[in-house]
Ligand binder design. Structure first.
Ligand code: GLU
Length: 553
């Protein structure tokens, strides 16, 4: 392409920004003064919707690898797709990372400021940087304008499909790759929109060696696609490909931790780096998190559409103790984590020695919500009482004002309620997340109990009523646990329940059930629930009046 045309294209691309050259830009990004072996990692979400739990997984790995090696963990917001950008999404990313204790060393902070000397960390603010590199490629003959319309591109793909050829903009299908200057001039004169495309010199038949930190040695086909580098819309922002290669070069990233869906693009990123005369990046393609499909039973990728747990907001809303969630994710990444955690349950998770080798040898991570719950129940069961109380109250204050008020009305009572079965060798494990509070503690408060949905005893309601009446006629609140149980057994027998298992087994038609069934009907009448901590303890804490009010019919 002649110089006059090139200049016209440069002018059109760089409207409204001052064009700098690479040397000026690179002078602002000196080498980092870090010790040998220090890793500079980067987490680079796009603000196009919610934060995916897989993003937390990747960010966590980025943080560990940087922290453990004395390096830097960067957050870069990849907002080059202005059409898909969701308002407030980048702020949400920063807030949610902070909740998981994953705030970056460099990049956007909670207060909206940016930390670090290698910014800006928002790609939309780096336009003049990308242009410098795009123009460099244009001047070297490694980029050219393409005026193909969306229809023309679609038709090419259809043509390729019908001929059973690989789809894409390459070889004979690269419509504007070898156009004459006259064609380019007339398109420019006509004011046609254009993208700037890379001129690939790769050969799809040839293989490229890639040593991925996680995937190991790979041989992938060379890139031969002339991909767009700068988009045609009014923002004139780069595509991911150019932005990634340039930014990670300038920000001095030492390891590119990114989802494995980017693996096939790696040959392109190598070729781009070569064309720009910058070192090729070192990649670690992280596995995607899968789930067992609830209907089909098969293993599949966690889907934004089908799985609410894909969205980080789901975890925050349920109010899982986030240390447990992180611990669970660490267990997915490093198989030795579980043993370490068992031995060091109270240690700061930052003390765990994260291993990339272990991550490399782990199978693709499978999200198992039951296991998450187990981690969370254990974490909560271990919590000191005061911490537990604080978390429960904090959740109620924000999300269940009525329960909070009821709890605060009688702080001593609440203290006893929250302490039930939390000490001893086998602490209760029925709280997995703070949003379990209404279900696990609401029934202790009359005003809440009155509004809750109650389970129903499977027994006939007449039997329930009569049994409760028998029970209450001999009930004494001051009995110790053994005497209380004796008393309950007598009431059960009187009400037509059987105390002898063998007899019950032999003659089930003679009885309403066994002692467990009797206790269960009392439990349900008292709490609205069939599963609770120890009934005698509950009654003692509730107090005589409350017990009588609920059980006397
Ligand atoms: N913005 C890209 C994404 O969300 C980031 C990939 C990368 O980390 O380079 O997939």
């Amino acid at each position: 392409m002649n110089k006059v045309l090139e200049d016209r294209i440069v002018e059109l691309l760089s409207a409204e920004v001052s064009v700098k050259n690479r040397i000026e830009i690179e002078a602002q990004y000196p080498n980092r003064k870090l010790d040998t072996g220090a890793e500079v990692t980067r987490f680079c979400p796009s603000p196009t919707g919610f934060v995916h739990i897989g993003g937390i997984f990747t960010a966590m790995i980025c943080q560990y690898v940087a922290r453990q090696s004395g390096g830097v963990y960067i957050l870069r917001i990849e907002d080059t797709d202005k059409k898909r950008e969701v308002e407030g999404a980048k702020e949400l990313i920063v807030q949610q990372l902070e909740k998981f204790d994953l705030s970056p060393n460099e990049g956007l902070q909670l207060d909206g400021s940016e930390a670090g000397d290698y910014g800006p960390y928002l790609q939309s603010e780096r336009r003049e940087i990308y242009l410098a590199y795009a123009i460099d490629l244009l001047r070297k003959g490694r980029a050219y304008p393409c005026f193909a319309t969306p229809e023309e591109l679609q038709n090419a793909v259809k043509d390729q499909q019908s001929k059973k050829m690989r789809p894409g903009y390459y070889g004979q299908w690269a419509l504007w790759r070898d156009r004459s200057d006259d064609d380019i001039k007339s398109a420019l004169d006509a004011g046609k929109p254009f993208v700037l495309r890379f001129r690939s010199e790769g050969d799809h038949e040839k293989r490229l060696s890639i040593d991925d930190v996680l995937k190991g040695h790979l041989e992938l086909p060379e890139n031969d696609l002339d991909v767009p580098l700068i988009k045609s819309d009014e923002w004139r922002l780069p595509t991911y490909h150019l932005a990634h290669v340039v930014d990670d070069y300038l920000m001095k990233a030492t390891i590119i931790m990114r989802g494995e869906e980017w693996l096939p693009s790696t040959p392109l990123h190598f070729e781009l780096a070569d064309a720009l005369n910058i070192p090729r990046h070192r990649y670690a393609h992280t596995p995607v998190i899968s789930i067992i499909d609830k209907s089909g039973g098969g293993k599949r990728k966690l889907s934004k559409r089908k799985d609410p747990e894909a969205d980080v907001a789901y975890w925050l809303k349920a109010a899982y103790p986030l240390k447990a969630v992180k611990a669970y994710l660490l267990g997915l990444a490093n198989s030795n984590f579980e043993d370490w955690y068992r031995d060091n349950p109270n240690a700061d998770l930052a003390e765990f020695k994260f291993s990339m080798q272990k991550l490399a040898s782990s199978r693709s991570p499978l999200l198992d919500m039951k296991k998450v719950d187990d981690y969370a129940r254990d974490e909560i069961a271990r919590m000191p009482q005061e911490h537990f109380n604080k978390e429960i109250l904090a959740w109620c204050e924000l999300h269940d004002r009525k329960l909070f008020d009821a709890m605060m009305n009688d702080p001593e009572y609440t203290k006893s309620v929250l302490a039930i079965e939390r000490d001893g060798d086998k602490p209760r494990k029925d709280v997995a997340k703070w949003s379990d509070a209404p279900e696990q503690f609401g029934y202790f408060y009359d005003e809440i109990f009155a509004t809750q949905e109650h389970e129903k005893s499977p027994l006939d309601q007449k039997v329930v009523k009569e049994s409760l009446s028998v029970y209450m006629s001999t009930y004494s609140h001051r009995l110790d646990k053994d005497a209380w149980f004796e008393n309950m057994k007598q009431a059960a027998e009187k009400s037509g329940f059987c105390l002898d298992r063998n007899d019950l087994k032999a003659n089930p038609e003679k009885y309403h059930g066994g002692i467990a069934d009797f206790a269960s009907l009392v439990r349900i009448a008292l709490t609205g629930k069939s599963r609770t901590p120890d009934l005698w303890t509950i009654m003692q804490i509730m107090g005589e009046d409350r017990v009588k009010n609920r059980l006397e019919t």
